[in-house]
Design a protein around this ligand. Structure first.
Ligand code: URP
Ligand code: ZN
Ligand code: ZN
Length: 457
């Protein structure tokens, strides 16, 4: 099967060129100003960007919590992802206490295999770190899992600083990378207690319970831990200026830190917790202030943020009501898997903060390198996988959960006007999204990942 994408602006590794792209049997065969070869299908990309398929570094699909399961599973989450131009999600396979890593990985394969409309790989989120879990790491690597996550918070998942230290050190020698959810657990609990004692149970109290200092304290600890361990660290879902400052200071000391942020921290605001359906914004870290948004947008431009994931962890409003009026009981997380590219394009590219080349790096290339998928993924290059997005930068539209394909009756971005939309998507050379419609579901394949390339080393 041969497809030619004609007349687009092809964005690849820091440059944009007017070119045609020929794909054959799942890979990119040629990129050249004009390709005069026969093809089975031609796609006219006049006026559009042709971009490497986007990689979402942070999703929670079919994640079971103690009292509920995320609204989106691999069927519904990946159909929304692919329509938004995400051709690969890296989901958090999650090891509950008492489970082996292998059991968690097998469970996640059962959830995803055959049901996914975009490609998928797994980070392994670990709720324990001990000799038994350590002994499983080689087997994880042999199955294409080369990134791991640890939490400083959530009673069911949290590990100690000492365990994070030991894991960072161990993983460095395995060419793997560890992401950490950074918030100081004791400070957080003290603030929740104070707010409850003051009679505060409302959604705004969620943000007040975990202000920027709580996150930055966690980041500071992780920076010191990584320095001691002489290992890289990935800070997941960075939401505030104070955390950027901690990472900048640490980089000055030679710490190798990779930073991820999410669209919600670039475009939403703490004031949202005053809205009537504010539970939908209860996520951790919480939404912040204008100066944090500005600092994060600048960090996209100056390179201190490496990639952007969604942290898609969706719950219906009925699930959000499980908090029974107490912010501390509301399931944490929000929906966003479909809207990442259009939000970043609108907030960062159209506003003149970053170039389209930088957007390609933040949504695809950097993640492909750090998470062991480059150059098969993350770049439009001869020999790379033909995961390709045709993105029309001139389509105005309004985000709504009613038109999103996720399985959730709310969106944190409800009613937000955006400019730019994914028009067509090739997944492994197959046209799976045409004119914004998913025409070929369930074509997603498991992505077996190699060692982290660690570009900041
Ligand atoms: O609120 C969030 N972010 N929920 C998902 C789990 C996590 O902390 O990443
Ligand atoms: Zn987290
Ligand atoms: Zn998350």
């Amino acid at each position: 099967m041969r497809t030619i994408i004609r007349n687009g602006t092809v964005v690849r590794e820091g440059e944009r060129i007017s070119a045609d792209v020929l794909t054959e049997n799942g890979t990119i065969r040629r990129i050249a100003p004009q390709i005069d070869e026969p093809a089975d299908r031609e796609i006219d990309a006049t006026g559009c960007y042709v971009l490497p398929g986007f990689i979402d570094t942070h999703t929670h699909l079919d994640l079971d919590l103690t009292n509920t399961v995320t609204a989106d599973n691999f069927e519904t989450g990946t159909r929304a992802a692919i329509v938004g131009g995400t051709t690969t999600v890296l989901d958090f396979a999650t090891q509950d206490r008492g489970m082996t890593l292998q059991e968690a990985l097998d469970k996640w394969h059962r959830k995803a295999d055959g049901k996914s409309s975009c490609n998928y790989g797994f980070h392994m989120a670990m709720s324990e770190w001990n000799e038994a879990r350590k002994a499983e790491i080689d087997a994880m690597i042999a199955q294409g899992v080369t990134s791991f996550k640890m939490y400083m918070v959530y009673p069911a998942m949290r590990v100690t600083d000492g365990q994070i230290y030991d894991a960072l050190h161990f993983m460095e020698r395995k060419d793997c990378i560890v992401g950490v959810h950074c918030e100081n657990y004791d400070l957080l609990n003290a603030r929740i207690r104070e707010l409850h004692e003051a009679g505060r149970f409302d959604p705004m109290a969620h943000a007040e319970s975990r202000p920027d200092a709580v996150e930055a304290a966690g980041v500071s600890t992780l920076m010191k831990t990584a320095e001691l361990a002489e290992a890289p660290a990935w800070v997941v879902h960075v939401s505030c200026e104070a955390s950027l400052d901690e990472m900048e200071t640490a980089r000055g000391r030679g710490v190798e830190v990779y930073a991820e942020t999410c669209p919600q921290y670039l475009v939403l605001d703490i004031a949202q917790y005053r809205e009537p359906d504010a539970e939908k914004y209860i996520m951790s870290p919480p939404l912040r202030y204008a100066h944090d948004r500005e600092a994060l947008l600048n960090a996209l431009a100056d390179g201190s943020i490496d990639f952007i994931g969604t942290d898609h962890c969706s719950f219906t409003m009925a699930q959000k009501a499980l908090g029974n009026g107490d912010f501390a009981g509301v399931p944490n997380g929000g929906a966003g898997i479909q809207n990442r590219a259009e939000l970043v394009y609108t907030a960062a590219v159209r506003s003149g903060i970053i170039s389209i080349e930088k957007m390609a790096a933040l949504l695809s290339e950097n993640a492909a390198r750090i998470f062991g998928m480059y150059p098969k993924k993350g770049v439009l290059s001869e020999g790379s996988d033909a995961d390709i997005v045709v993105f029309d930068p001139n389509v105005p539209h309004t985000i709504s959960w009613k038109t999103n394909l996720h399985n959730c009756d709310n969106s944190p971005f409800e009613g937000m006007p955006v400019l730019g939309k994914t028009r067509d998507v090739l997944l492994g050379g197959e046209l799976v999204v045409e004119n914004g419609t998913l025409i070929k579901p369930h074509c997603g394949q498991y992505v077996f990942r190699g060692p982290s390339a660690r570009p900041r080393k």
